[in-house]
Design a protein around this ligand. Structure first.
Ligand code: FE2
Ligand code: FE2
Length: 271
């Protein structure tokens, strides 16, 4: 049994955005990079499942965001695979959950935290909520939902979320060095305890705009680089064009990071 999962994150369709006076997000290239990702999925990787880990847009206003969010999701729908989405913080600055759910066009999903089963694995999608400059939380109600969800099935499980539940050393991160409160989920210890108690095989997230791996008590926590991050220091820029191809089997998780900064992680299940 092998399930191939493709991940893409932080596509940021929208206006140009600089940070610290430098061009960091190559938003102008987002639609063409998303199309190239879809082509590679269809022509080369042929995954069973594509998951978009959120921040589809660079927020600007309700109408602009709705149009760009829909355009991003519609582009990804070109992949001939099951497609699921995670909500990112930029997606919910002006839009509300019903806007995102409408774009997803999956009437069976009625909440931004949800779960599904595919190919013998269970996938649990969390909705991490960012209060700008203050904190990132999932909240007590979602933790209760997660605990019940994890207890309801013994299937090997993959967690999908936008912010991170790991303890990352943030030194060298352009966006979040010195700011764990706006990239790491406040209740992360509680989440990790639940993951440990159940058969969680891997946890994937975006948001931090870098590639990073933590293995905590045998569970890999993988942060994926943004599709449109500038890997050079400033303009004109060179996009990360990042995506991940994950091969899940009962005994092993293999993660291949593709794009300008390639990596490969292999985690065998402790026996
Ligand atoms: Fe982002
Ligand atoms: Fe984000």
């Amino acid at each position: 049994m092998e399930l191939v999962l493709a991940l893409v994150t932080d596509l940021h369709f929208g206006p140009e955005a600089s940070f610290g006076g430098k061009l960091r997000k190559l938003t102008a290239a987002a639609p063409s990079l998303a199309r190239a990702f879809v082509s590679r999925m269809n022509d080369v990787v042929r995954p069973d499942l594509v998951v978009n880990l959120g921040d589809d847009i660079e927020d600007e206003g309700l109408e602009e965001d709705r149009a760009r969010y829909t355009s991003c999701v519609d582009t990804l729908r070109g992949a001939r695979a099951e497609l699921f989405h995670v909500a990112g913080n930029h997606d919910l600055v002006y839009m509300r959950p019903p806007d995102l759910l409408a774009a997803w066009r999956r009437p069976e999903i009625t909440s931004l935290n949800y779960s599904f089963e595919l190919g013998g694995f269970r996938f649990v999608v969390l909705h991490t909520r960012e209060k700008k400059d203050v904190e990132v939380t999932v909240g007590e109600a979602q933790i209760r939902w997660l605990a019940a969800e994890l207890a309801a099935s013994r299937a090997p499980t993959v967690i999908l979320m936008h912010h991170s539940a790991a303890e990352q050393d943030l030194r060298g991160n352009r966006w979040f060095e010195g700011s764990p409160h706006i990239c790491l989920v406040k209740e992360r210890r509680e989440l990790r305890a639940l993951f440990r108690q159940h058969d969680v095989r891997a946890v994937f997230n975006g948001h931090l705009h870098w590639n990073h791996l933590d293995v905590i008590e045998g569970i890999p926590y993988v942060t994926l680089q943004s599709l449109i991050e500038n890997v050079d220091e400033d303009a004109p820029g060179r996009p990360a064009a990042a995506h991940a191809v994950v091969r899940l089997t009962p005994a092993r998780v293999v993660v291949e990071i593709e794009g300008a900064e390639r990596s490969r992680y292999q985690i065998d299940r402790a026996s």
